[in-house]
Write a new protein. Structure first.
Length: 318
């Protein structure tokens, strides 16, 4: 049916769908810029979930109890699942998953800056759940209303699982805070190290964000980077108080006029350094992903050979 419509008609249909707050689906015509933006954001998000398995995966063999180990294994498996739904969503836009992986392992596509920081002690596992999953939820709940149907639908399940991840992190930290003085120091140390990188997860300030205006117009993003960062700070300060840790920002205080917490300046030089590949763990993360991909080549070959054999069998039978 779309073949009979001219490009201006298709464009009007697309704009109308966005204006009505309806969903764009894989069958629909989309402007090339929309397709590219959507593939970029979904691929970066998928890569983040897959690379994001590494910092916590580092602690699976050293979890302090069977219960903590089972929880951590389940969480890391969920992240693999999120990566897979997201790669599938990117495929509905015509992206090739093998190509996306190739771009990741050759440094041509980004993943979240947050996963380039090391996990130095077990409290980091709790703080990743509390702050990193907390920031991810804050950013992703509005994406459940994103204009691209397959992405928005994937986000519903992802957010549900991430909210469980956030709670497990907070519960782990609560337990440690009720423990020894040394455990409390570990939690404070992990909070000090992860706070600022968590704020960077929301992306550059709005004034320096090249994609926000267009992505908001296309209703891919529903809020700007700064709006979501502020929402995260407002939500997290009372949680830190309840936990009994200090957030490492002397300028953090309630501003009754704005009805929000004011906070200090983020080190954007560090953010840019991490994005350029020079963060503390960038090289290690990508090398590990590349090795896992290469080691898995035989599985992909075997799966393709099996699929071809089944296809030949079906053709013969027909
Ligand atoms: N890190 O113009 P903007 C998770 C890039 S999942 C790296 O503002 P946009 C789950 C940006 O892509 C975490 N790159 O861009 C989990 C753009 O790149 P370009 C991932 C960043 O897209 C938890 C350039 O800078 N979540 O944590 C970052 O409008 C625990 C200019 O920026 C998502 O991907 C960054 N922090 O807004 C797993 C959510 N920020 O154009 C394991 C979906 C910006 O040069 C354990 N994505 N860039 O290629 C989004 O909401 C958006 O893409 C933003 C960026 C908000 C991240």
């Amino acid at each position: 049916m779309t073949a009979t419509l001219s490009e201006p008609d298709l464009e009007r249909h697309f704009e109308g769908t966005i204006a009505r707050d309806a969903r764009i689906e894989p069958r629909d015509w989309v402007p090339e810029g929309y397709r590219k933006t959507m593939i970029r954001q979904i691929a970066q998000h998928a890569h983040s979930e897959i690379i994001g398995m590494q910092p916590e995966g580092n602690w699976i063999t050293r979890a302090p109890s069977l219960r903590r180990k089972a929880i951590l294994l389940a969480k890391v498996q969920d992240e693999a699942g999120h990566g897979l739904y997201l790669y599938s969503a990117a495929e509905t836009l015509g992206a090739d998953r093998a190509e996306l992986t190739e771009k990741l392992v050759t440094g041509r596509q980004k993943y979240s800056s947050i996963f380039n920081y090391p996990t130095l002690n077990f409290a980091d596992v709790g703080v990743i759940g509390w702050l990193v999953d907390g920031a991810a939820i804050c950013n992703q709940v509005p994406l459940c209303r994103s204009s691209y149907g397959p992405y928005a639908r994937a986000m519903i399940r992802i957010c549900k699982e991430e909210s469980f991840h956030q709670r497990q992190g907070y519960e782990l930290l609560m337990t440690m805070m009720k423990g020894t003085e040394q455990q409390r120091r570990m939690v404070q140390d992990a909070t000090d190290r992860w706070w600022w990188p968590s704020l960077m997860m929301f992306g550059p300030p709005d004034a320096d964000s090249p994609n926000t205006a267009q992505s908001m117009a296309w209703k891919i993003k529903r809020h700007t980077n700064d709006e979501l960062r502020q929402r995260f700070v407002d939500m997290t300060v009372p949680q830190a108080e309840a936990l009994g840790v200090t957030l490492p920002d002397p300028e953090l205080r309630w501003n009754p006029e704005r009805g929000h917490y004011d906070f200090g300046e983020i080190d954007w030089t560090e953010f840019k350094r991490v994005l350029s590949g020079a963060g503390p763990c960038n090289a290690e993360r990508v090398a590990h992903r590349r090795a896992a991909h290469e080691n898995g080549a035989w599985v992909r070959e075997a799966a393709a050979a099996h699929a071809a054999k089944s296809r030949r069998g079906r053709e013969k039978a027909a």
